[in-house]
Design a binder for this molecule. Structure first.
Ligand SMILES: Cc1ncc(COP(=O)(O)O)c(C=O)c1O
Length: 396
């Protein structure tokens, strides 16, 4: 069978590939420490699971409206409003099969072939692939570790052309954990208005911020509601990665178009996951504060230990659960005669010789860096860092 040409431009997800390789080594009996996966290590809270079980007994087993069951959309709107101050009605919300699916729907509904989309780098690997699938052109706008992995308006202005139509924001960010302050977001909002752009603001990590950092939803800034599609989801905040619920909220015509697309592709996300969504968004969520305390302790240990490795530099991230160290001091050097030409070589060395799984920075648009998830136990963090220290210590 001859594949359609568009499949050639769809790479496999590098983060999933690293996890698969770590699992392969584990299947051979090797004790691999995984810093690759982007999912919390906590179980889904019990009350959400119980609500899903009861939901099945109550008949949440059938098709719902493609955009989501009305009760779910009501809970979504009330939560986005109450928790984040986003003024949306249920009809401005849609639930999809995970945040990835939400973003795909958004790109398909917003990007015309040839449109340029600004993408602050380092960026989550999926965005440029989805922009390309929609026929758009990604224009990466690099932010450096020195300015906290946050782009400035001057950076964005330089990247603008007459074909620029939109921008994807992701704060706190995967892979850097960097979060924009309200003052910085207000400056970006001015730029967005002046350039007449749309914004897809991926706020999936908004609750997971440290040291009291308050994430402000971009769509709540003055004048931004009508140009912003907010993307949210349950995977990270509620440890519900496998349930596959993504959320979008914003201008009705965009959300309705996403609903029409979804109605022809997947129909509704699974009804049992929808009833679980109502429980997640409407019942007390004190567990989140406990998880943040645990993540915070791990964040500090991981970053402190990374910075103690000669040549490695790592910012203390404001949110999410990733550290993003600069390993470029090891490029061009060698391990037992083998030259480390790029970040993949470093990551493969750490995997093969140290049995520790990291994701290289290049797929995130940041060659020479690496992403480590600290959504794992403190014991694993200590053990994995010991291994990194040993292997990198052997590099000449
Ligand atoms: C920035 C960002 N957005 C969206 C997602 C999508 O999450 P999911 O499809 O699991 O809901 C992820 C997951 O890694 C992410 O890191």
């Amino acid at each position: 069978m001859k594949l359609a040409s568009r499949t050639a431009s769809i790479p496999a997800s590098e983060t999933l590939a690293i996890t698969a390789r770590a699992n392969q080594l584990r299947a051979q009996g090797k004790d691999v420490i995984g810093f690759g996966a982007g999912e919390p290590d906590f179980p889904t809270p019990r009350h959400i699971i119980e609500a899903a079980k009861k939901g099945l007994d109550d008949g949440w087993t059938r098709y719902t409206a493609a955009q989501g069951h009305p009760d779910v959309l009501k809970a979504v709107a009330a939560h986005l409003n109450g928790q984040f101050g986003l003024a949306v009605e249920p009809g401005q919300c849609i639930v999809s099969v995970g945040g990835k699916h939400t973003l795909y729907n958004a790109m398909m509904c917003l990007v015309e072939p040839g449109d340029e989309v600004l993408l602050p780098a380092p960026y989550w690997v999926t965005y440029p692939v989805q922009i390309q699938m929609a026929g758009g052109v990604t224009v990466p706008v690099s932010a450096t570790a020195e300015n906290g992995f946050r782009v400035t308006v001057a950076d964005l202005e330089r990247a603008c052309t007459p074909k620029t139509r939109g921008i994807i924001l992701n704060s706190p960010s995967n892979p850097t954990g960097a979060a924009y302050t309200e003052a910085q977001l207000l400056e970006i909002a001015e730029f967005v208005k002046a350039r007449d752009l749309w914004v897809v603001s991926d706020e999936i990590y908004a609750r997971l911020a440290y040291d009291g950092f308050k994430c402000r939803f971009f769509g709540t800034l003055p004048g931004m509601a009508e140009r912003t599609l907010t993307v949210y989801g349950l995977a990270k905040t509620y440890s519900m990665t496998g349930w596959r619920i993504g959320i979008a909220a914003g201008p009705k015509p965009v959300v309705e178009a996403m609903g029409r697309l979804q109605g022809q592709v997947t129909s509704n996300p699974t009804s049992v996951a929808q009833v679980a969504t109502i429980a997640a968004l409407t019942q007390p969520d004190d567990f989140i504060a406990e998880w943040i305390t645990a993540f915070d302790a791990r964040r500090r240990v991981m970053v402190q230990r990374l910075n103690a490795i000669p040549g490695v530099r790592c910012n203390l991230p404001e949110g999410a659960f990733y550290a993003f160290p600069d390993l470029s001091a090891y490029l061009g050097r060698s391990w037992r005669g083998k030259v480390l030409a790029n970040d993949w070589d470093i990551i493969n060395l750490l995997m093969d010789e140290g049995l520790v799984a990291l994701v290289p920075g290049s797929p995130f648009g940041a060659p020479g860096f690496a992403r480590l998830s600290y959504a794992t136990s403190m014991a694993n963090i200590e053990k994995g860092l010991d291994r990194m220290v040993r292997v990198l210590g052997e590099v000449e």
